[in-house]
Design a protein around this ligand. Structure first.
Ligand SMILES: [Zn+2]
Length: 176
């Protein structure tokens, strides 16, 4: 049995708790995942109340070996996120939303792997960069930044183009 599956059929009313460990192997089946290394714990509780099922998921941990957007060095990012999802039964094929997970009335177990994955992805900030240390200095690798600046020539190229346009312009003016 897949270790990210939860039994939803025939369970008693009340809260059922589960905990999962999310490590590197979790991301192996996730195609095109930028995240490949992590150490995250997920606490999941399934609440059954008057036949309604609700999932509460809390994740906490570290995503490792991500590339810093500023200096391109590997870094770890600490993440923490919570979500609440309603489990609804439907015979129709309905697309899951952020708040609702649809299952077939015949399903006995649900996999929460995709939900966990999306929660982790959403926890990563849009701009990934090294933190600022106690002295107010950014922990980025300065040598790397200098190298990146040295080899990112497109800026210079664009400047040259503009410069020659300007030169042509002044030449035309001189002719007049
Ligand atoms: Zn950096």
């Amino acid at each position: 049995m897949n270790q990210y599956e939860i039994v939803v059929k025939g369970i008693k009313e009340g809260t059922h708790s589960f905990s999962f460990c999310i490590k590197d192997s979790f991301f192996k089946e996730m195609c095109n995942s930028e995240i490949k290394h992590a150490n995250i714990s997920a606490k999941v509780s399934l609440e059954k109340k008057h036949n309604a099922l609700q999932l509460f998921i809390k994740i906490r941990g570290k995503v490792n070996r991500l590339l810093c957007d500023v200096c391109a060095e590997e870094m770890s990012i600490e993440i923490e996120n919570n979500t609440q999802i309603l489990i609804k039964e439907s015979y129709m094929e309905l697309d899951d939303t952020d708040e609702i997970l649809y299952i077939k009335p015949t399903d006995h177990i649900v996999s929460i792997k995709q939900i966990l994955f999306e929660l982790i992805v959403l926890s990563i900030p849009q701009k990934k960069q090294h933190k600022i240390d106690e002295k107010g200095k950014k922990k980025c690798n300065i040598e790397m930044i200098q190298l990146i600046e040295k080899y990112s020539s497109p800026k210079e190229g664009r400047f040259d183009e503009r410069w020659s346009t300007l030169k042509n312009l002044t030449n035309n003016i001189n002719i007049k």
